[in-house]
Structure formats: structure tokens, C-alpha cells
Ligand binder design. Structure first.
Ligand SMILES: *[C@@H]1O[C@H](CO)[C@@H](O)[C@H](O)[C@H]1NC(C)=O
Ligand SMILES: *[C@@H]1O[C@H](CO)[C@@H](O)[C@H](O)[C@H]1NC(C)=O
Ligand SMILES: *[C@H]1O[C@@H](CO)[C@H](O)[C@@H](O)[C@@H]1NC(C)=O
Length: 588
């Protein structure tokens, strides 16, 4: 509830405390004060507060700020999601662990706050952490606490359910032996957080804590325990790289060979596994991972690709941070949660009363190449699809043409499209500028959707206004590259025309797609949810989530088109678009 009046009542103090954006700062306390108050608030464009820009089927609470997903798990018939939450407003601050449960990962019911400051070692902050299910079935949460005012001195704490028979795990107890880990032995105490799910091997539990060593080395420290109470740091970290602080590490086994089933975090011994190490780079504010080998004797991890720490594979080439996976024993899959922040201003967030969503939970598995992960929205999402999809088949889209997809509302839709390149003449593809060959984002920002190409750009215009003044392009573009065996495929989300509103952050997001386009086919799935555009290229090889805030293309005025701005004809061999229903969403 809360009309404009309630909002205004607390808006001013909140504005004064503000924030951030240097780093969106899931963890860093900003004491800077924002001085533009009334003037800034007066510039909030009317569409920003339009309820029809509030996401519907992406996870969020009815109001206020959220960031990192915490301790996702399955327990006695329920999926649990905890998350960093500010109960007092739509900007970062006063963080507690909010808690929701679901039977299907799509319909969510909010429960009471699970973890909030209450003991000496978390009195000034309850930050991110993870869950581990012990062999007797007990779930345990480990999380970072701030134990003193005026300094982000970080320690690690533990909490147990008060009543293990309660499938909703509503009450959490912090035992007297907290904190379980303090930053000793030269660890930088203000850069020491986000314990992972623990894994068990050879009589020991292990888990990681993210950190920074020296000025710029990101580190994942290994801690070991026999009893889950006393934890000792291993002499050497699991891994490190010169990337700046590692937040929210995640470390898990994946099956080799292209099978999609997931593995429990403690599965170690099969020769047919690899490990994935993901870190959220505080400096860049994106999630990066490598695939490699974990040696449980030396307690070290080595990426398969020696330049992997620099090559920068990302879960998502858009807005996606502080992610965390968990193993779902029911459907034997590993599921990835990640936070997507807003792309408007903090003043806008205060005006609209909420900020932040979680991306649709994604199944993740190792591609048969062994080189990268694949991701796909959990199948449960399909239950939200309307009964009568719009289906198009075998539609040729010539140079410079676009075709509108009509017959459904497209402000909240799930669109799957398969493209064919019938007369694929790769000679007509643009040559790849070697200077940009490793920089997808830059490549896309100089060769955006409006720049005519050879093969592509082709794809979707989503959240388009009737006269196309507003539209977000999600598309592919093909390049020929001297010295490479196959053409280079770029996937982009170009939001530069997404809104007539000024002052929005409209970054072009892009990633390369490791696919053999010479076979003449590529697919795209895009989930549209009012101010969220979440896309999966080539079956989940490359993913991009963007936040956009149209001023015209809202509600019934949002349109969807397929476009081709290349010289080569493109065939849409199939397109299916479903309207999306609204799930139970924490009472929102
Ligand atoms: C524990 O949870 C179960 C299941 O919800 C409930 O029946 C029982 O009363 C609870 N016990 C206590 C002590 O609260
Ligand atoms: C810890 O890291 C922060 C951020 O890089 C740095 O400013 C600070 O000097 C470091 N502290 C120590 C004791 O190295
Ligand atoms: C999300 O917001 C944008 C715009 O303010 C920032 O540039 C990003 O750094 C921020 N992302 C995260 C993960 O904090």
C-alpha cells in the first residue's frame, strides 16, 4: 500500500542518507550524502512511477530495496530464497535477510525476516551467505556479520533452524560460538565476506570466503572444519587473480559430457566432473566464472584455460550480480539465482518505492564442449504462459524490413524465435575489427542495431512504442574474422532507444556466442516483464538481462517486432510468443 503521502514522509531522510552508485554497493556503506533533494525528486519522469513498469513475474518483494540472493535451498517440499533487503526504503541500508518460500520457484510467499542484527558479531550488519544441508538433513546458514560501528569489520557467523520439523524454516538461532571465523593472519578485515555452501570430502568440510589480498588480488580463502564449528584456514587460497575484490564466490561440480543434470556440491570423486568457480568482481560489478579442475588434496583449483581468469566468461553479459547456485535434489539440477539492479537513478527508486529484482532462476550445466556453461529458465516458468500463443512460421525478412508480432500484449511475454540464414553468404558478413575482437560491448556500441550490416543485425525489437520512437533491440550480428576457423557471432542488447526519458543509465550489453553459424541457424528466447528484458541466445549459450523504462511503450502500448538490418535475408523458421500470467509474488 502506501500512497504518495507515506512515501514522501520517509523519502527525505532516506534521500539524505543516500547511496552509492559508484558500485551499487551491495556491501559498502556509503556515508556520502546526496544533497539534491527536492530539485532531484522533481525531475522523476512520470513513467518511472507507473505501476505498469513494475515487474510481475520476476522475484521481488512489494516494496523497498533488495540485492544479493542468499542461501537458496530446497527443504522438505519447499524452495527457500533469502535475500538482502532494506525494510526501511528503496535504497541500500539497514540490511536484513528477508525470506520467501515456493513450491515451484515461480509462485512466492513472503515469510518474516529470517536473520537480522541481534548478536555482538552481527550487530552492524547481516550480509550475504549460503546454506549447506548437513548429512542428517539439517540446513545451516553461514553469513557475514559486521561487528562494530564505523568500520566494515567482517566476520563469519552461523545460524541453525530453531525447529527442523518446520518445512518453512521460519526461525533461525545463532549459537553462542559465533563468530565462527574472524579475519586473522593478515586478512584485510574490510574485504572478507560471503561464505559459500560447504562441501565434504575426506573427513573435512570446506568452504570459501571471498577477499582481497594487497591492493588488487581477488582471493577465495579455503576454510576447513571437522565438526562445522571450528574452522581453520588452509595455508593457500583455492585460487586468486589480479581482478580486485572477489565478492560472493560460488564453487560447484558440473557433469562433463553435455548432460544437463546437476550435482550436489560435495560430489568430488567421479572422473567425469569439472568444477566451476564464479566470483562477483566488486570493481566491475559483474559475475565472472571459469571452468577447471579442483584438487581436493592440495585444495587448489586450476582453470582449464590458463588465460581463463582474464578471458572473462560471464553468466550474463547484462545486469546480473552477486549470484549463487544450489543443487535441487528433486529434479537433479543446479539452479542459478542472480540479482539485477535498476538502471534508473536512486531518486527514481525512492519515488517508485522499490529497487531490484532477482533474475528468473536458471538451470545451469556444462556445455558438451566443456568450455562454458549453458543456462535456461527453469521449466516451471512455462506454467505462466497463456493458453493461446501467437505462432509464426517460415517468414522471410528482407534487408531493412521489420514485421510486427500482433495478437497478444507484449509488455509481459515469453518469446522464442528460431532464425535461419537461408542464403548464408558469409562473404557478405562484416569484417571483424581486430581492435574490438575481444570487446563485445564496445563492438556492439559502435555497431548497434541501427547500423546496417552484412549478416545481421537481426533480432527483436521489444517494448517498442507504436511509432518506434522507443524500442530495445536484442539481436545477433555476424562477423568474418581473419585467422579464425568460423565466423564470429555477437549478441547484443541495445537500449539506447529504449526510452525517451532522459537521465537513464542505458549501457549497451553484449557477449560473443560460441556457435557454428555456418550451419545456418540460431535461436533467441526473450522474457519481457515490463522493465525487464532477459534474453537467452543459442539455447542459453549467451545471456543478457537489461532493465529499461519506456515512457510510451508501457502496458497495452508495448509492441514487439522482428527486424533485419543486414544485407542478407533472414528467415524466421518459427516464432512462438506467449503472454505471461502473474504468479503469486510475495503479495506484490
Ligand atoms: C515445529 O514445527 C512443526 C511443523 O510445523 C510443528 O508442528 C511444531 O509444533 C513445531 N514445534 C515447535 C516447538 O514450535
Ligand atoms: C583493505 O582493502 C581496502 C580496499 O582496497 C584498502 O583501502 C585498505 O587499505 C586495505 N586494508 C589493509 C589493512 O590492507
Ligand atoms: C547497477 O546500477 C548501475 C547504474 O547505477 C551501476 O552502474 C551498476 O554498477 C550497478 N550494478 C551493481 C551490481 O551494483
Amino acid at each position: 500500500m502506501g500512497g504518495l503521502h507515506d512515501r514522501v514522509a520517509w523519502a527525505w531522510p532516506v534521500l539524505l542518507l543516500l547511496l552509492l552508485q559508484l558500485a551499487g554497493a551491495s556491501h559498502v556503506v556509503y556515508e556520502n550524502q546526496l544533497l539534491e533533494t527536492e530539485a532531484a525528486a522533481a525531475t522523476v519522469p512520470p513513467s518511472i512511477v507507473d505501476a505498469e513498469l513494475s515487474s510481475g513475474y520476476h522475484f521481488r518483494p512489494p516494496k523497498n530495496w533488495i540485492n544479493d540472493p542468499n542461501a537458496p535451498m530446497y527443504y522438505k517440499g519447499w524452495y527457500h530464497l533469502f535475500y538482502q533487503y532494506n525494510p526501511k526504503g528503496a535504497v541500500w541500508g539497514s540490511i536484513v535477510w528477508a525470506h520467501s518460500v515456493s513450491r515451484d520457484l515461480i509462485n512466492w510467499v513472503a515469510l518474516k525476516t529470517a536473520i537480522e542484527p541481534s548478536i555482538k558479531s552481527d550487530m552492524y550488519g547481516c550480509w550475504s551467505g549460503s546454506a549447506t544441508i548437513l548429512p542428517d538433513g539439517t540446513p545451516v546458514i553461514m553469513y557475514t556479520g559486521i561487528d562494530r560501528p564505523d568500520s566494515n569489520y567482517e566476520v563469519q557467523n552461523i545460524a541453525y533452524p530453531r525447529n527442523k520439523s518446520d518445512p518453512l524454516l521460519q526461525d533461525w538461532v545463532k549459537p553462542g560460538h559465533n563468530p565462527i571465523i574472524v579475519p586473522e593472519g593478515g586478512i584485510n578485515a574490510t574485504q572478507f565476506r560471503d561464505p559459500t555452501t560447504a562441501w565434504y570430502a575426506d573427513g573435512h568440510w570446506r568452504m570459501l570466503v571471498g577477499s582481497l589480498s594487497g591492493a588488487s588480488r581477488g582471493v577465495a580463502y579455503v576454510y576447513r572444519s571437522r565438526d562445522f564449528k571450528r574452522w581453520t584456514r588452509a595455508r593457500k587460497p583455492l585460487h586468486s587473480a589480479p581482478t580486485g575484490m572477489w565478492e560472493c564466490p560460488d564453487f560447484y561440480p558440473v557433469t562433463v559430457g553435455g548432460q544437463q543434470h546437476g550435482l550436489d556440491t560435495s560430489v568430488m570423486s567421479s572422473p567425469k566432473i569439472k568444477h566451476v568457480l564464479k566470483n562477483s568482481l566488486d570493481l566491475r560489478r559483474y559475475d565472472y566464472y571459469t571452468v577447471g579442475t579442483y584438487d581436493r588434496i592440495t585444495e587448489r583449483y586450476v582453470p582449464d584455460d590458463p588465460s581463463g581468469d582474464k578471458r572473462h566468461l560471464r553468466y550474463d553479459y547484462g545486469n546480473f550480480y552477486a549470484s549463487k547456485t544450489f543443487y535441487d535434489p528433486v529434479k537433479r539440477r543446479r539452479i542459478l539465482w542472480g540479482w539485477a539492479n535498476e538502471s534508473d537513478t536512486a531518486v527514481d527508486d525512492v519515488a517508485k518505492g522499490w529497487a531490484g529484482i532477482q533474475a528468473i532462476p536458471r538451470k545451469v550445466w556444462l556445455d558438451s564442449s566443456g568450455k562454458q556453461l549453458m543456462q535456461w529458465p527453469v521449466e516451471e516458468l512455462e506454467a505462466l504462459r497463456g493458453k493461446r500463443p501467437v505462432i509464426l512460421k517460415d517468414m522471410l525478412i528482407k534487408q531493412g524490413e521489420h514485421v510486427e508480432v500482433t495478437g497478444l500484449q507484449t509488455a509481459q511475454a515469453d518469446v522464442e524465435v528460431s532464425f535461419e540464414l537461408p542464403s548464408l553468404d558469409l562473404e557478405s558478413a562484416e569484417a571483424l575489427d581486430p581492435a574490438l575482437a575481444d570487446d563485445a560491448e564496445k563492438l556492439c556500441s559502435v555497431r548497434g542495431a541501427g547500423v546496417e550490416g552484412g549478416v545481421g543485425p537481426f533480432g527483436l525489437w521489444v517494448l517498442a512504442s507504436s511509432k518506434l520512437e522507443e524500442r530495445t533491440a536484442v539481436f545477433f550480428r555476424v562477423f568474418k574474422a581473419a585467422g579464425r576457423g568460423k565466423p564470429v557471432v555477437l549478441m547484443c542488447s541495445d537500449p539506447t532507444k529504449s526510452s525517451l526519458n532522459p537521465n537513464l543509465y542505458q549501457p549497451t550489453f553484449a557477449g560473443f556466442v560460441d556457435t557454428d553459424i555456418a550451419k545456418g541457424k540460431i535461436s533467441l528466447r526473450t522474457l519481457i516483464d515490463r522493465s525487464v528484458i532477459e534474453s537467452f541466445g543459442a539455447g542459453g549459450r549467451t545471456c543478457i538481462l537489461s532493465r529499461v523504462y519506456p515512457s510510451l511503450a508501457i502496458g497495452k502500448n508495448a509492441h514487439l517486432h522482428v527486424f533485419n538490418n543486414g544485407k542478407t535475408d533472414i528467415k524466421v523458421s518459427g516464432l512462438t510468443a506467449w503472454e505471461m500470467k502473474k504468479p503469486l509474488m510475495n503479495g506484490a
